[in-house]
Design a protein around this ligand. Sequence first.
Ligand code: SF4
Ligand code: SF4
Length: 366
Amino acid sequence: MIYKEYGKTGKKVSAIGFGGMRFPDSYSIEEAAEVVRHASRLGINYFDTAPFYCHDRSEDIMGEAFKDMPNPFYVSTKSGLGNEPDADAVRKRIENSLRRLGLSKITFHHMWCIMDLAHYRKVIAPGGPYWGALKAKEEGLIEHLVFSTHATGEEIAIMVKEGYFEGVTLGYNIANFPYRQVGVQAAYEAGLGVVTMNPLGGGLIPQNEEYFSFIKDRENESITQAALRFNVSHEAITVTLAGMGTIEEVEHNVKATENLEILSEAKILEIKSKLKNDMNQLCTTCQYCKKCPKDIDIPVFMELYNMNVLKGLEATQQKYAELKDWNIIKAEDPMPKDCIACGKCEKLCTQHLDIIARLKWLEVNL
Ligand code: SF4
Ligand code: SF4
C-alpha cells in the first residue's frame, strides 16, 4: 500500500480508502465488519462512513470492526445535511456517530454534501452547521474538520482558499475530471488533503468498459483497477475512496496501488483528448447546469438517468431508492415534476443533454 500525507494534518493515510457504502444487505453486522478488518490487514487505514449509508447500518458495522482492528486506523464520517441546518443539530449527529462508532474522537469529520457556493455560505454562516462541528473539535471530539462537495471545480477553488477546512472530499474520475481539476489543484496548493469519491463514475466506467479501455496500460488489469489507478497516481489526490462490500472487492481494489507511477501532465492531456463525443449520452456530474430557478438538483437526477441509459428502468428505480435512503434526495426537495421547462439548464449543459425530457421520464417512471 502507498501512503500519502493528508494535507497539513500530519496523518499518513492509505492511497486507497475504504468506502463504507457498499456492504451487502445479506451480510450480518459481524460479516460486514470482517470485510473492514480485512482491508485493515491489507494496509488500508482510511475508513469512510456516514449516517444513512447501507440502510443506516454502515456506522454500526464500522463500530463493530473497530472493536478489534488489526492495525491503527483513521475514520471519516459526516453531518450537516439539509435536515441538520444548525450548530445544535450537527452536535447531536456527532455525538450519535461517536456512540455508534464506539470511539471518543472522529479523525476526519465532514460537513456533508455542500452543493454549491451559496450552500457553502449557509454552512459557514454564524450559528450554522460549521460552528457546531468546530465547537466539537475544540472539545476534542473531532480531530480534523473537512467537507464534501458536489460543486464545480471553480467553486471548490474559492472554498478551499478561505481556510475553514483542512480537507475536501469530491467526486473525481476519468469521465468528469476536466471539470474538477481546478478544484483538486487549488485544494492541493492550499495545503488541504484531497479525497476523491466516485472514482468509477457511479458505475458508468465499468459499464462502458469497451469505451474506457484506453485507460488500461497493464496486462490483466481490470477497468476498475485502471480507473482507481487514474486517481491514485495523481499527485494532488491523497485518498481515492472505493466502495467495498466483500473480501474479494477489497483485494481487487488494493491491487490498483501496486507498482504505481505518478501520472504525468502529458498522460493526463492524452487521456483528456481521448474522451470523445460518444460520451454525450451520459451526464458527467460536472455541475455546470446548477442554475435552476426551481432549485431542482439537476446533476443528481441526471446521474440517476445515467442508470436508465446504461441499465434500464429497474436499476434506475433501485438507485432512486438508495439516494432516498442516503438522504441525498429528500421528500421536501424540488422534484422533476417541478420543472417549468425554462431551458436554462440545457443551455449550460456541457454534454448538451435533453435535460427536460429526461426529467419528464423520471417524473413518469419513479
Ligand atoms: S428547464 Fe427545468 S430543470 Fe432546467 S433550469 Fe428550467 S426549471 Fe430547472
Ligand atoms: S446535466 Fe450536463 S451540465 Fe449538468 S451535471 Fe450533467 S453533464 Fe454536467
